[in-house]
Design a protein around this ligand. Structure first.
Ligand code: ADP
Ligand code: ADP
Length: 227
């Protein structure tokens, strides 16, 4: 589904990611795991071209992403970051509807989708639809961020430490709820994390990075991890 072929990124002369070749298969939840500064976020952002690779190719369903217009990339690839970045002046429903609105969906279809997604992430639509982000807890805001990223049903979802800022109970709840949603929708997910437990628990596949390079890639059972 997502193929990285010899991908690299240099900032000036400093390599951030080097010679990265791997395939994230369709429908899999893949964790990008490694210590701070090893190149996870840079790798993630090269997939949706928020970061332009210095070399190599990124293919999405067989198409070179350089050939895809930004709107097309945005429609095919949802993106969730740690501090969700909800628009504070918009309601929960309007935040979730961001991409459907850009795509020009009609009101009824959008409203139905918003309610469906709020349900899916465990927020009662009647209660939360018209609230503003400032009225939400961190965990609730992150659920809205997940709902927003899934609104137009993108085949691919990129997540950068999506559960990192949550308290342990909210984190566990959202991790498991998310995995359930991901399975049901069949979304291909690449998730950045530095949390080994999270990567092993949620990932179908784990890509372990160190110093800008891929050092292991496999199912949690196949990884060799030293304490
Ligand atoms: P991680 O997500 O694993 O913490 P990053 O991908 O954010 O790692 O960063 C990898 C390396 O690239 C780090 O050394 C970081 O300082 C550097 N880096 C990231 N973004 C930039 C940038 N915009 N300009 C210069 N260096 C950067
Ligand atoms: P994260 O919390 O996702 O690891 P960072 O705090 O590393 O994010 O980076 C925040 C922003 O700063 C990003 O846009 C990243 O590209 C940029 N950045 C990271 N490291 C550097 C660096 N060494 N020089 C310049 N910009 C950087």
């Amino acid at each position: 589904m997502i193929e990285l072929q010899g991908v690299e990124k240099r900032y000036g002369n400093a390599p951030a990611v080097e010679d990265l070749t791997l395939t994230f298969p369709e429908g899999a939840l893949c964790a990008l795991l490694g210590p701070s500064g090893c190149g996870k976020t840079t790798t993630l952002r090269m997939i949706n071209r928020l970061v332009e690779p210095s070399g190599g190719r990124v293919l999405l369903a067989g198409e070179d992403t350089r050939a895809l217009r930004p709107e097309v990339l945005r429609r095919r690839i949802g993106y969730v970051i740690q501090h969700v970045g909800l628009f504070p002046h918009l309601t929960v429903a309007q935040n979730v509807a961001t991409v459907p609105d850009l795509l020009g969906w009609d009101r009824q279809r959008t409203a139905a989708r918003v309610d469906e997604l709020l349900d899916l992430v465990g927020l009662d639509p009647g209660t939360y639809r018209d609230q503003r982000p400032a009225q939400l807890s961190g965990g609730q805001a992150q659920r809205v961020g997940v709902a927003r990223a899934l609104a137009a049903d993108p085949p691919v979802l990129l997540m950068d430490e999506p559960f990192g800022a949550l308290d342990p109970l909210a984190r566990e709840w959202l991790q498991l709820a998310f995995r359930d949603i991901q399975r049901r929708l069949g979304t291909t997910v690449v998730m950045v994390t530095h949390d080994i437990d999270e990567a092993l628990r949620l990932g179908d596949l784990v890509a372990l990075m160190r110093g800008g390079r891929l050092v292991q890639f496999g199912s949690p059972d196949d990884l060799v991890l030293r304490p």
